[in-house]
Design a protein around this ligand. Structure first.
Ligand code: FE2
Length: 429
């Protein structure tokens, strides 16, 4: 007798009609038609059951603050940063915690159970750090939240940048961040990358930097990040977030850069929603898309995972905690619409992101944590197309969220009475 069996599931790898049995908090079996019974049984009715969505790049301290203290008029990254600077002195721990917890509620309902959040360390009060550490504890039963010490105003450019980042790490922040393209000079940016990688090596921590989030093709801090990663023996533990300047770089230079990044095993984190909104703002026409070179990086064997980055904050007024919306945008902006392309995009918001975050026990194999999401879709391709309802969200063997299927009733002569968008489709496997 198992604790839980999900029956008749389609899996992201194309298997159909599979049962998933759970004992306690772990997956005990993944097989067709398991004969044993369970205390709780859920019929997935041929829907997709996937490991939870994973967001490797978010800003939990800024989320849901849209309009405080005013809106971003130009819509640019730089106005977003200065707007956040206006809001920062007004932030209270209580309000930060309350907004973050509300976002986490939304994330759970979307089957998003693993989030890496950057936390701004620029304000020496470090109220953001205190608040996000509290949130990390509070959500632990349902969301794994990793925190990055992020010197938003610059590690060297901000008066308190160096000291505040180190204090944040002393307080228990998990990962070393940075923003080299925002330092005063290219040289300061290069020096910040070196100093931050040294801190990570000394403290035994991973690195995740906002890197080259600009349309300037000469913003080449990713090259330095890759080189310092190798120098300090941090291969596989370093992430480069955004990397939008690569979009505009000279092709010959990129032909040298990508192998260097592969050697350093850099985890690449593009953020397609925010960067299609923010980049190319100084262009008239044609306007650059500003997304990094997703296909080329994947083809070179780099681990590429997509982040949501922002929801309802000074930089981005949209967003819903739905990683399928992120993948949907990636398909368009990276022009990856082929069947195999879409499977890779789905991986980028699930297994690749789990790898970036170093998650243990993630997946749909025997022995993995019993965490999964049942979607109102047949397979990953349909999930990316429809951004469907999360019928059930299971964490460590317990149902923690459920939603009614989205079904429309039609009143049309001679036409069907009901439309279940996740049924009007033959899975492609
Ligand atoms: Fe970011």
């Amino acid at each position: 007798m198992f604790d839980l069996i999900i029956r008749n599931a389609n899996l992201p790898d194309g298997r159909t009609g599979v049962d998933i049995a759970v004992e306690g908090t772990k997956i005990a079996a993944v097989e067709p038609q398991i004969g044993a019974l369970a205390r709780t049984e859920i019929d997935a009715t041929g829907r997709l059951v996937t490991p939870p969505f994973v967001d490797p790049h978010f800003h939990m301290d800024a989320t849901l603050s849209l309009g405080l203290p005013r809106m971003n008029v130009s819509g640019t990254l730089l106005e977003g940063i200065s707007l956040w600077g206006e809001l920062r002195p007004l932030l209270t721990k209580e309000a930060l915690v309350e907004r973050a917890l509300r976002y986490c509620d939304l994330a759970v309902s979307q089957g998003l159970l693993f989030i890496r959040s950057h936390v701004d360390t620029s304000d020496p009060r470090l109220v953001t750090v205190e608040a996000m550490i509290e949130v990390r504890e509070k959500v632990k039963p349902y969301i794994d939240l990793q925190l990055v010490a992020f010197p938003q105003d610059g590690y060297y450019r901000s008066e308190n940048g160096v000291a505040s980042l180190n204090r944040a790490l002393d307080m228990g922040i998990d990962i070393v961040g940075g923003i080299p393209h925002f330092e005063r000079t290219m040289d300061d940016g290069r020096a910040s990358v070196e100093a931050l990688c040294r801190i990570a090596a000394d403290r035994g921590l991973p690195v995740d930097m906002h890197c080259d989030e600009t349309d300037d093709p000469m913003s080449r801090h990713i090259e330095v990040l890759a080189a310092q990663t190798v120098r300090f023996g941090l291969q596989g533990r370093v992430a480069g977030s955004h990397l939008t300047s690569m979009h505009s770089m000279d092709n010959y230079y990129v032909s040298k850069l990508i192998p260097l990044m592969a050697e350093a095993k850099i985890n690449v984190i593009p953020n397609p929603l925010i960067n299609i909104m923010l980049q190319g703002r100084h262009d008239s026409y044609p306007k650059r898309r500003g997304l990094t070179r997703v296909r080329e990086l994947m083809d070179a064997g780099l681990n590429v995972s997509f982040g949501h980055d922002c929801v309802m904050d000074p930089w981005y007024s949209m967003g819903s905690g739905d990683m399928l919306e992120v993948g949907h945008m990636a398909i368009h902006v990276a022009q990856m619409a082929g069947l195999e392309d879409k499977k890779k995009i789905f991986d980028a918001i699930t297994v690749n992101s789990a790898k970036t975050m170093g998650l243990e026990g993630y997946g749909l194999e025997k022995g993995c944590n019993a965490d999964f999401v049942i979607l109102q879709a047949a397979d990953p391709l349909e999930a990316l197309r429809l951004k469907p309802t999360r019928l059930g969200v299971i964490r460590r063997g317990k149902v923690i969220a459920r939603s009614m299927p989205r079904i429309a009733e039609l009143s049309l002569d001679g036409r069907p009475e009901l439309i279940d968008s996740g049924r009007d489709y033959v899975p492609l496997g």
